[in-house]
Each structure stands twice: as C-alpha cells, then as structure tokens.
Design a protein. Structure first.
Length: 476
C-alpha cells in the first residue's frame, strides 16, 4: 500500500472515508443511471422500434437487474475499494481486474464529459448567447467543487439532486397515467389506442426491438456505482442489500412506465422525431397536453438537473476507480493521495480529463459526436458488465459465504444476463454507430492489454489486493 507523508491539514494515507448511508448509495446509483438516456436517448430508440420499444426497455431492465443484484451480493460480502474491478482481480485474474477497472474509468470520463455537454445545451435554451464551451466549464466547476468536499457532503448533495429527479419523474408518471386513463374535459383519455394506431405495436417488425437495445442500455449505465460506493458505506452489508434492491425496482419501473406513458399520449412518429431539442421532446409534449404554463421550462430544468447529477456521480466513480488502481499499483501511486477529508483529489483531477476534452471539442466547433460517444460508452460498459457477471459466476463457484443477500437464481440468472449482453453486442453488425464504437473500443482493449503485459503486471502486488479484502472484512 501507498505510504506518504501527512500533515495536520492533509492526509496522504490513501484511505477512503466510510460516510455513505444506504439511502445515499441508492441515490448515487440512481443519479448516474437516471440521466440523459431517458430524456434524450429515448427518441432514437422509439424511431427504431416504435411502440414496441416498451419491450426493449423491459428487457434492458431485466439485464440491468442481473448486473445490479450480482454486484450487490458480491459487494455485501466484500465491500472493497475498486468494487467489481478488485473482485475480478480476486475471482478471475489480476489482468481482468486491471482491464475492467481501466475500461470503467474510461466510461466515467466519457459520460462525465457528455453529460456536461448536455447541461450546457440545456443552459443555452434559456441563455442562447452563452457559448457551449463556457456552459461546460461553468457546470464543471460546480461538480468538481462538490466532489472536492468530503464524501459525506458529496452524498448529501447527490441525494438531493437525485431526489429532485425521482420526484419529478414520479409526478410525470402520476400525471401521465391520469391523462391516459381519465383524461381532461378538453382532452378525452386515449387509453392504449395510440400503441397500435399507426402500423401496430411493432410497426417495423420485431428485429428492431433487439437493435434498439444498443441505445436503451445506455440508460442503465451507472448501476455499477453500487459496487464502487461499498468502500465508503457506513454499514456495507445493510446499505448494499437495500440499495441493490431499490435501485433495480425504481429504474425498471421509471423507465418502462415513462416510455409507456409517452407513447400512449404522443403518436410514436412524433416522439421519434424529437432528437435532442428540449422544447419538442416527448416529455415536454406530455406536459404541454396537461396545459402547464411554461411546461418546456419545467422540463428543461428537470433534464438539466438529471444531466448534472449524472455527471457528478460519474466524476465520483471515476476518481474512486482511479484511486483503487493506484492503490493496487496499476496507476501512478500519486493518484492514491487523499486530502484530510479522505477525498482522492488527484484522482478527481485526472478524471476531469473528459470535461476538458468536451470543452475543447465544443470550442473548436466539432459537432455530431454525442451519438458516437454514447455508442462508445455502451460498448465499453457492456464489456465491464460481462466481466462482472463472469466474476459473479466464479464467486459463487468458489463457495464463498457470508453475503447478506443472494441474487435469485444465482449462476443461472447470471448466465441469462450474459446471453442478454451477447445479444446487445451483436447489434454491432447492423448499427453504424456501434461499428464505429467497436473500431475505437477494440484497439483500446488491445492497447490496454499490451500495457498490462509490458508494465502493469510487474507492478501487481498480491499483498495489495489481499490487504484490500482484509480491510473490507473488518468493516463488514
């Protein structure tokens, strides 16, 4: 482990604080997963599958559930720093632990930058004169400041941001359901008629339901935080058990219910043609049907909070993942340095590279990259999720006991999840953006593998991994 000098004002022992409650952990995961995937990504998915995209979201929810529950079971037994990456190093091999952590760090860097681009775009709705790059830097200052505070303060802020999103989405579902089944004097209830009114429930056939998974799965990215936050939980066993269950149920219900309501109230071709324009998004259309004054402004505020919360949570995840890599000798040791509040400040700085890249791209005027960034994130996340499920299978086969809860179905459920991920991977054959993502992602994996063989494997100290597990054992 890293040993550095410390002063009365700063700590350099590389240890993280255990300050997160189970409510904060659940909301941090929700904060990452409930982002622009629901508000902006849904239009493209609807364009591909029509009303049948409801089935796509339901399938995506089931796949995501296998990831969250398997991580929850493992993390409740081993609440280690580095989460699923450290578990992969123990139950698969050091190489797979190394690769999964670096891949996920790349994911968090990309998502943080992309979400801040979205924040700046939402800001321009009210202040069109503010350059995109300036908006990115403005919101970057906000989330970096939040992350530099103590983890307890971060958890409190993220809990508040995510709560706003959850409440807003819940209100949307209640109001939308009222419109669908009861209606208003000036607007009769449409019921479920629009789901089959234009070409049937699956107007393009059932194959697009599968293809749309490559878009929908972006919406569930962030559930991995359940594993990463375990190292900073006050009561890991109870917190992880509660957070894993509630996160899966909330996400599945929110996504499926929201998309269903939108498609019951808005003709699917209109909902599919919204693109990234907040003023014409399917969610604004629903609010406008209710007759709420300034419905577009209300929704713009909601999606801005959603994107800001997701960026905040991903910066947190990236810094913690980098901290774990440095602690295990797989990144420069200086990255493991923490402040007096036990915040990995160097990790936060390094994980902000995606923000800088997004600002530079915006300043240079490069456009049309958001969709490809989303596909690259999906490609990398799918690889990480695959390794998580493989780690879980090895975990269960090892006969390890002591987890506070178990995933229903155990290994069988994990295999079903792997089949689902393989189906999403297969969309690379038909989606150009996924092909571009593969052309970037595969070389990145090859490069990481070469670096491991040339440098990283010589730095791996089994004692560091053992120490992480021993430390976690004392905190269970």
């Amino acid at each position: 482990m890293t040993t550095q000098t410390s002063s009365s004002d700063e700590r350099a022992d590389g240890q993280l604080a255990r300050s997160l409650g189970h409510g904060q952990m659940a909301m941090i995961a929700m904060g990452s997963a409930l982002g622009t995937g629901l508000f902006l990504g849904s239009g493209e998915a609807i364009a591909l599958a029509g009303p049948a995209v409801i089935i796509t979201f339901a399938i995506g929810s089931l796949i995501a559930a296998t990831i969250a529950l398997s991580m929850g079971e493992m993390a409740s037994r081993h609440p280690v720093r580095g989460g699923f990456g450290t578990l992969a190093a123990r139950y698969l091999s050091p190489f797979w632990g190394y690769l999964s952590r670096w891949l996920y760090w790349i994911v968090t860097v990309g998502v943080t930058g992309a979400e801040l681009v979205a924040c700046a775009a939402y800001l321009s709705y009210w202040a069109p004169g503010v350059p995109l790059w300036a908006g990115i830097l403005l919101f970057a200052a906000v989330i970096v400041g939040i992350n530099l505070a103590s983890v307890g303060s971060f958890g409190t802020v993220e809990f508040a941001l995510s709560s706003v999103k959850v409440i807003a989405v819940a209100v949307f579902i209640v109001v939308g359901a009222f419109l669908v089944f009861v209606g208003l004097p000036s607007q009769p209830a449409p019921g479920l008629a629009l789901l089959t009114a234009d070409g049937g429930f699956a107007p393009m056939g059932w194959a697009p339901v599968w293809v749309a998974l490559s878009i929908v799965m972006f919406s569930f990215g962030g559930i991995e935080l359940l594993s990463i936050t375990a190292a900073e939980a006050k009561d890991p066993a109870r917190s992880i058990r509660t957070a894993a269950r509630t996160t899966v149920v909330r996400l599945a219900f929110f996504y499926v219910a929201c998309i269903s309501i939108v498609l019951c109230l808005v003709p699917w071709r209109q909902a599919a043609g919204t693109g990234e324009d907040v003023a014409t998004s399917p969610f604004v259309m629903v609010f406008d049907r209710v007759g709420i004054p300034g419905g577009a402004h209300v929704t713009n505020l909601l999606v801005l909070i959603a994107a800001l919360s997701a960026a905040n949570a991903n910066l947190y995840a990236g810094s913690r993942m980098l901290h774990s890599l440095a602690s295990d000798g797989l990144a420069p040791r200086a990255v493991a340095w923490t402040t007096r509040s036990r915040v990995p400040v160097v990790g936060i700085a390094c994980s902000s590279i995606g923000i800088l890249g997004a600002a530079i791209l915006a300043f240079s005027g490069v456009g049309g990259v958001f969709g490809y960034m989303m596909s690259l994130v999906v490609f990398s996340v799918l690889m990480v999720w695959t390794l998580i499920l493989l780690t879980y299978i090895s975990f269960r086969r090892s006969g390890t006991t002591g987890a506070t809860f178990r995933m229903p179905g155990g290994i069988g459920t994990a295999v079903v999840g792997l089949v689902g991920l393989a189906a999403v991977f297969a969309t690379v054959a038909v989606r150009p953006s996924m092909q571009v993502a593969a052309m970037v992602g595969v070389p990145a994996v090859v490069l990481a593998s070469v670096l491991y063989l040339a440098v990283a494997r010589h730095r791996i100290e089994p004692a560091d991994i053992d120490e992480a597990f021993a430390e976690a054992e004392t905190m269970r």
